[in-house]
Design a protein around this ligand. Sequence first.
Ligand code: PRP
Ligand code: URA
Length: 208
Amino acid sequence: MTPMIMDHPLIQHKVSLLRDKNTGTKDFRELVSEIAMLMCYEATRDLPLKEVEIETPLSVARTKIVSGKKLAVIAVLRAGLGMVDGVLKMVPAAKVGHVGVYRDPETLLPVPYYCKLPVDITEREALVVDPMLATGGSAAAVIKTLQDNGVKSIKFVCILAAPQGLAHLSEAYPDLPIYCAQEDERLNEHGYIMPGLGDAGDRLFGTK
Ligand code: PRP
Ligand code: URA
């Protein structure tokens, strides 16, 4: 499935501010949350609807509400945590799961270390959130973890992606819908997205 690059002007604008090295932790956090909210709006465009009758103060309206599977937001620790609030603003009833994976700085390979999912995860559609898709190793490990736990319906939402990460993830999971705000040029020799925004986790949590 071809990754969907979300080029909405508001998303573009906010990603530009996010990239700026002078954007501090507070603004960085707010921007990640706002971008996640806008991306969630797009990523949920295909949610099924059903017709209902609603009594207005004047009459009865035949109108639509979301039906089908409920959502679970899956945050990839740490940086994915920054996107959870934004998604929950759009879908307040969603449950939240956490999958911990860090990237070994030498090998750049993913090291899974934590997984806590909603008990009814197999009945939910999972929206995996992580701002950065670099080599794609972490995302692929998370998708595998979800599939191993019986999750059938999964979407992946990131803010910046490197071409290598998009290729890796879509080759490993050809049916996985991938949503991304911007595709960058390349990875540097340390596996960082270029021009990128730096280390998303450190900028979100002020750890460097
Ligand atoms: C970052 C980011 C992704 C991963 C992407 O996490 O949030 O999870 O790197 O890299 P990849 O596509 O090459 O696997 P990091 O490993 O820095 O962990 P942290 O958020 O806990 O600092
Ligand atoms: N993780 C990040 O936080 N930033 C990158 O550029 C690559 C991986």
